[in-house]
Design a protein around this ligand. Structure first.
Ligand code: F6P
Ligand code: MN
Length: 357
């Protein structure tokens, strides 16, 4: 095992040697995050035996029910990283306000933003969940950050990654030099490099969208999905598969492995929420990974990594995957729809009926 595989520590040290000026703080922070992920993987794997399944009886700032494991995972992230002097402050999906470090710990030069347990509604049914994280530079290293310090576009990320807790636990990350995956050997408690320089396969046989929201979608998304559903005899001239795990980490991992696209588009359900997923700790780290793997990530109207954040828990529409496919969907968003019949196939050949206009 040790002779054949590179450990995460070894990989990070070799990476740092290529940047003689680097202090090692970023590596140390990534390793602390990896430790939090290992602790979460362990609790997830023990399931009911760990007494951690079920609701914690609260809702978070997003209005979502917090699971016991959401809170535990949040604690693991905070406590694995706060003491080291590498972070200056953190933002978590589970905390209303940015987390200020306890007074006794030195403030470092990085900001950590994370979703400690993504897709947590899947825990009770034993389907894959994950953690997502992004590392930014603190504008004022050594001091407590102001909330605005976290509002940096995704292009500023120094690291983006996730851990997936599935049949195996896999940490996938980028520091801007490709995307690499490390599988946890639970007997050694060590991550080993198992896929280097991941590139998204160019073929798109699958699309992922929550079709129960179809009546709220914009014409561009209606059109794209309808054309996929029309299959071989439709304008795309081939058949597609549809997938929906309701776990962004699992969907991203599938797309990095076998291609396809994911859409959680803008919809008209609630005008206060232009999308469902959160910019800083869900869409930006995933967009960084996807671009590094040769794919594309957009709101439908602009490159995700260039969105200027306005709020730490801001939601955005998110479409990502194989580049050509994402560009096609973007082109549909950019078309002027007034003169188009947005439902060319509805009611006749479509599986979905067009909503009454
Ligand atoms: O954190 C949000 C999340 O659970 C994602 O992991 C997932 O992609 C999405 O929400 C699922 O949303 P819905 O329940 O609306 O299908
Ligand atoms: Mn989430």
């Amino acid at each position: 095992m040790l002779a054949d595989h590179t450990t995460l520590v070894q990989f990070l040290i070799e990476e740092r040697r290529r940047h003689p000026g680097a202090s090692g703080d970023l590596n140390a922070l990534i390793l602390d995050v990896a430790l939090a992920c290992k602790a979460i993987a362990n609790r997830v794997a023990c399931g009911a035996l760990a007494g951690v399944l079920g609701s914690a009886g609260h809702t978070n700032v997003q209005g979502e029910t917090q699971q016991k494991l959401d809170l535990l995972a949040n604690d693991y992230f905070l406590h694995a990283t706060e003491w080291s002097g590498h972070v200056a402050g953190m933002v978590s999906e589970e905390l209303d306000e940015p987390y200020l470090l306890p007074a006794e710990f030195p403030r470092g030069k990085y900001l950590l933003v994370f979703d400690p347990l993504d897709g947590s509604s899947n825990i009770d049914v034993n389907v894959s969940v994950g953690s997502i994280f992004s590392i930014l530079r603190a504008p004022n290293p050594g001091a407590d950050p102001a909330p605005e310090d976290f509002l940096q576009p995704g292009t500023e990320q120094v690291c983006g990654g996730y851990a997936i807790y599935g049949p195996s636990t896999i940490l996938v990350l980028t520091v801007g030099t490709g995307v690499h995956a490390f599988t946890l050997d639970p007997t050694l408690g060590e991550f080993f490099l198992t896929r280097e320089n991941i590139q998204i396969p160019a073929t798109t046989g699958e699309f992922a969208i929550n079709a129960s929201n179809q009546r709220f979608w914009e014409p561009a998304v209606q059109r794209y999905v309808q054309e996929c559903l029309a299959g071989k005899s439709g304008p795309r001239g081939r058949d597609f598969n549809m997938r929906w795990v309701a776990s962004l980490v699992a969907e991203t991992h599938r797309i990095l492995t076998r291609g396809g696209v994911f859409l959680y588009p803008q919809d008209s359900r609630d005008p206060a929420k232009p999308g469902k997923l959160r910019l800083l700790y869900e869409t930006n780290p995933m967009a960084f990974l996807i671009e590094q793997a040769g794919g594309a990530a957009t709101t439908g109207r602009r490159r995700m990594l260039e969105v200027e954040p306005e709020k730490v828990h801001q939601r955005v529409p998110f479409i990502f995957g194989v580049r050509e496919e994402v560009e096609l969907i973007e082109s549909y968003h950019n078309e002027i729809h007034e003169n188009l019949d947005p439902w060319p196939l509805y009611g006749t050949r479509g599986l979905f009926r067009a909503p009454a206009s």
